[in-house]
Write a protein that binds this ligand. Sequence first.
Ligand code: ATP
Ligand code: MG
Length: 392
Amino acid sequence: MKQLLLLRYGEVGLKGRNRRYFENVLAGNIKKALWGLENCRVLQGHGRNFVEAPPEQMPVVLERLQKVFGLVSFSPVAVSGLSLADIKETALRELAKTARPGESFKVETKRANKRFPVKSPEVSREVGAYLLAHLPHLKVDVHAPLHRLAVEIRDREAYISAGSLPGPGGLPVGVSGRGLLLISGGIDSPVAGYLALKRGVTLEALHFHSPPFTSARAREKVVDLCRVLAGYGGRIMLHTARFTEIQKELRLKCPDRLQVTLMRRMMFRVAERLAAKRRALALFTGENLGQVASQTMESLAVIESVTNMPVLRPLIGFDKEEIVTLARRIGSFETSIRPYEDCCTVFLPDFPAIRPRPDEVEKAEAGLEVESLVAACLETVDRQEVTPDPAL
Ligand code: ATP
Ligand code: MG
């Protein structure tokens, strides 16, 4: 038996060339997500995508498509022969799978094939009556039905579907340009990366580590977090920069209370240079407004003032609990809470400045060779392409 899955995408506000571009990127992402599944085909046309697969493969197909942004909903579609009797029987089978006693339904027919002898309203009526006769515990509601049974009459066959499942929404990864995510091993930045991907951004990631103060396992954790993100956006280029020398220099020459602010400024300087090299248009961080020293508005301002690039913070309106919930849902949480040290916690001062002032920060940096520290840090960047976990 053939089983189809109809994929719907959001098209609000999409016109002309934009729309074609959106559709092509999305179709490419769908194919990539289903890569390696045998007997599974993507059919594109008439502003819609179908996936054809054996019924037993559908659960895997659905699971993978749940990670393809741009898809708004899915409908399993049964294919029937082009006779009213066939259509009725298939409709009955499909509706019986989902409808519970007492629930309401409505039949909606679209007749793309005008040679089919029965007109749409009549098909709907006939099929509706048949369903009601065989499923008497259901009722018809033409205004606000719980189940919409869609019949689509095409040239060689009819498509019948009894409901839809929500997709992940968002925009197809690739349509919004490239961004550079500053990724730590924490809970927040992977979630920020997920939200950037959801808005169609092609992501690269940058992580700062401080060997020997941070361990190889701390770095492995970041690779694993990128792997989670790669499940949503396809392979991710992870850049790792050695931050040890900058941190030592800051420790040696700058006041304790400004360490966090100064480290962040250094990170942003390095990130901006790397972003320019990689043709990324913005930096993404997991920053949030909060009571920690680096995340007051004064602090965010002093930190971002070292770069001219847009700094986008997808989590700015989230509560911690909401971030944790999302981290669990996307599958990054368990990795994020592995206990390894991050470079920023290694040298954390006891009393960081909560509202650093631009003048005191600039004064603190006056004794540093900022330019050469940044250039030297950039020299240490190594990169690794992280692919999705094949088991997922
Ligand atoms: P996270 O959970 O992402 O670490 P956080 O709430 O702990 O966030 P901070 O540790 O203050 O906040 O970091 C703020 C942001 O700075 C992070 O979300 C991340 O974007 C960036 N960042 C922090 N540490 C690093 C690092 N070692 N490498 C790259 N980026 C980092
Ligand atoms: Mg952190």
